[in-house]
Structure formats: C-alpha cells, structure tokens
Write a protein that binds this ligand. Structure first.
Ligand code: SAM
Length: 197
C-alpha cells in the first residue's frame, strides 16, 4: 500500500527509464508523505528495509522535506528546506560518497497564478539540479518535477550541457491536461562534479 497515488508516477517512470536499482544511493527531495520514498526503498535495497536482501547490493535512500514524514523503514529522513545550505549540509553528511540518483518531486503550494507558480517550482528544480551536478557520481541520473512554462526550455538546455542526455517525460498517470512534466537527465559528464574526488 502506497501513501499517495504519486507512487504510480514514479513506478511508471522507473519502468520506462530504469532509474533505480539495488545498490544505488538515492536522494529524494520533496518526500512527504513518503510514497516515492516507499518506491525508492523497494528498488534500492537499503539495509533496514523490510525486503532487504543480503545477496543483492545494498543501497541508501535519503529523503528531504519541509514537512515531517512518518518513518519509511530503510530510508533516512531529513526535515528542512532543501534550498537552505544548512539542510544541504545535513544531507551531504549522510551521503559521503555522493549520490547516484537525485529525484525531486518538490512543489510549492500552488497559488493558481500560473506564471508565479511556474517561477517558484523552477527555483526548486534549479536548486535540485545544482546539488545533483555538484554531488552526484559520474553516470548518475536526475529526475525532477516541473510545471510547464517559459523557463523549462532553458532549464533543459542547461542540463543538456551537463548531462549526456536530457529530456522531458510525462508518465501516463499524470493527467494529460495538467501542467506537470518531468525533466530527466542521465550520464553526468564527469568534469562538472566533485563527488568522485
Ligand atoms: N513525492 C511525494 C510522495 O510521493 O509522497 C509527494 C511530494 S509533494 C507533491 C511536494 C512536496 O515538496 C511537499 O511535501 C512539500 O513540502 C515539498 N517541498 C516544497 N518545497 C520544498 C523545499 N524548499 N524543501 C523541501 N521540500 C519542499
């Protein structure tokens, strides 16, 4: 049982993109109420997860949100604003070897003013991407929710310079009339990051 229907979006994206695998270190931004965290734990095999298999590589899942999340066994939760350096420092302490997969489902509470909401979600997206580029391992991947609007193309162009492949994806369970889109990038070009040093 998943805590929210959003789990199905990540499962569909996983089916299509194979983002998550046993042994991967995952950072999940915007985790409350924890449905994506449940999916990440199922696929990455962290110790302490109820389905942990010692015969498979051991992964790690770190989840961050402004709001508290009731525990998901196998995941470590950090409560804080991901745009704040203090929160990022706490996250980095849990990820000393860098991160293989950065997921962001972060979204501001929507005001209904399209341009304004777009600008606010893009600020969160840029923050997640910036962290990924600096701290992800080479060949890592990045998946981030955005709302359609004028800044998406520029964001995609910037990611294309940093990753071998960057594109937009829309999972079938995301309503076709919603503004929601996912930006996916994979194959971080190694000269851009310092996680491997
Ligand atoms: N992925 C979650 C799940 O499947 O259960 C749903 C996430 S919900 C759509 C978006 C979340 O982003 C909210 O819980 C919100 O608190 C969080 N959020 C928004 N701004 C944030 C920020 N600056 N730092 C951390 N989390 C943030």
């Amino acid at each position: 049982n998943y805590r929210a229907r959003s789990a199905f979006k990540l499962l569909e994206l996983q089916e299509r993109l194979s983002l998550l695998r046993a042994g991967a270190t995952v950072l999940e931004c915007g985790a409350s109420p924890g449905a994506w965290t449940q999916v990440a734990v199922q696929h990455c095999n962290p110790e302490d997860s109820p389905t942990y298999k010692s015969s498979s590589p051991t992964g790690c899942v770190v989840a961050v949100d402004l709001q508290p999340v009731s525990p998901v066994p196998g995941a470590t939760f950090v409560c804080g604003d991901f745009t704040s350096p203090d929160t990022q420092q706490r996250v980095l302490q849990l990820l000393p070897k860098g991160v293989d997969v950065v997921l962001s489902d972060m979204a501001p509470s929507a005001t209904g003013i399209k341009e304004h909401d777009h600008t606010r979600i893009m600020r969160l997206a840029v923050c997640a991407a910036h962290f990924a580029v600096r701290h992800a391992t080479p060949h890592s991947c990045f998946l981030c929710k955005v709302w359609a609007g004028g800044e998406v193309d520029k964001f995609l162009r910037q990611l294309s310079l940093l990753y071998e492949d960057a594109r937009l994806v829309k999972p079938p369970s995301s309503r076709s009339n919603s503004a929601e889109l996912f930006v996916y990038a994979r194959g971080l070009k190694s000269s851009n990051n310092n996680a491997a040093n």
